[in-house]
Design a protein around this ligand. Structure first.
Ligand code: FO1
Length: 319
């Protein structure tokens, strides 16, 4: 079975760990969000690609869900001693090595997709991880700060401000001109199923879908497209997805997120059992819906969610 997953960071990575366990023989291609990427200290940092790579490769900091296990921060402290920041973004010594290798390879002319493949040679994530695009796309958030309206980098909004101010707009800068990375459209065209894991629908899955050609390829693939709600009981499972959902005029409920993707794209949607009341609303939007436990408390829970997603895909296929 060939499965394509559109993934952001923590939610996507943990779901993928369950999916790999549920169907060990499947060929899984992960199309990773790169809108969160940021240049810091002259280095290119790809948080979502790294979160997927480290989580599946066994190197993730399990408590945080991002960054490396057994991490130290000497380099960051030394930079700070020179007055070089930003101090609000936690890059550890082990993680820095990844960004140095990536930046060096990009400087030598390799595209991000080839660099990601090379990094994965070390981590062996057991999936094929492809960035959504080799072209630079950077998500910016329009906010009002000190009485002034400005656009700031997504990481500044998310990490420095902790999404504490209203997001007026979320813009994936560069997405319109970006091309899907080599292998992205081919993987979608030959997939048996496409899955939207419980990743952020605006700044993760939404950014991937903003690259011209990707949404169209999924809609035209003629295979089941199923998603899992990142909203449980009207609140994001992790992170602050509600803040960016509001920016695109979508209420923070499992049903509203399904409607946001729409029946033109989505065939099936899983909501948590606490949101079982939303099933009828989603089904009346033309999307088959089931309520199951959606909290990825451990690998077994994530594996069960992956099985349910594949069962729903089979149901949709049988229609
Ligand atoms: N998230 C934080 O909340 N604080 C950090 O200092 C931070 C640093 C960081 C460094 C590398 C990396 O790969 C991820 C990092 N994240 C951090 C996570 C990241 O900001 C976001 O959670 C994702 O971009 C959203 O998917």
């Amino acid at each position: 079975m060939r499965i394509v997953v559109l993934a952001g960071g923590i939610g996507g990575a943990r779901f993928l760990r369950g999916l790999r366990q549920a169907v060990p023989d499947a060929e899984i291609t992960v199309i990773g969000n790169t809108g969160d990427d940021i240049h810091l200290f002259g280095l290119k940092v790809c948080p979502d690609l790294d979160t997927v790579m480290y989580t599946l490769g066994g190197g993730i900091n399990e408590e945080q869900g991002w960054g490396r296990a057994d991490e130290t921060f000497h380099l960051k402290e030394e930079l700070a001693a020179y007055g070089v920041g930003p101090e609000w973004f936690g890059l550890g010594d082990r993680d820095f090595a990844t960004h140095i290798v990536r930046t060096q390879m990009l400087g030598a002319g390799y595209p991000l997709s080839a660099v990601t493949e090379a990094l994965c040679d070390r981590w062996k994530p057991g999936v094929r991880l492809i960035p959504m695009s080799d072209d630079r796309v950077e998500t910016h958030v329009a906010v009002e700060l000190d009485g002034e309206r400005k656009a700031i980098h997504f990481q500044e909004y998310w990490v420095r401000l902790r999404a504490s101010v209203e997001a007026h707009a979320v813009v994936p800068v560069g997405a319109e001109q970006a091309k899907p990375a080599p292998g992205v459209l081919e993987a979608i065209a030959s997939a048996d199923v496409v899955i939207f894991p419980p990743s952020n629908p605006v700044v993760s899955v939404g950014t991937i879908l903003a690259v011209p050609g990707i949404r169209e390829a999924i809609a035209e693939a003629g295979v089941p497209v199923v998603g899992l709600s990142p909203i449980v009981g009207d609140a994001p499972v992790r992170g602050m997805a509600d803040k960016v959902l509001a920016a695109v005029g979508v209420e923070s409920t499992a049903a509203a997120v399904a409607e946001h993707y729409g029946s033109g794209l989505l065939d099936g949607w899983l909501v948590d059992t606490v949101d079982a009341g939303a099933v009828d609303r989603v089904e009346s939007a033309g999307i088959r819906c089931r309520a199951i436990p959606l909290l990825m408390t451990d690998l077994a829970a994530a594996t069960q969610m992956a099985r349910e997603a594949l069962t729903l895909a089979e149901e949709v296929r049988g229609v």
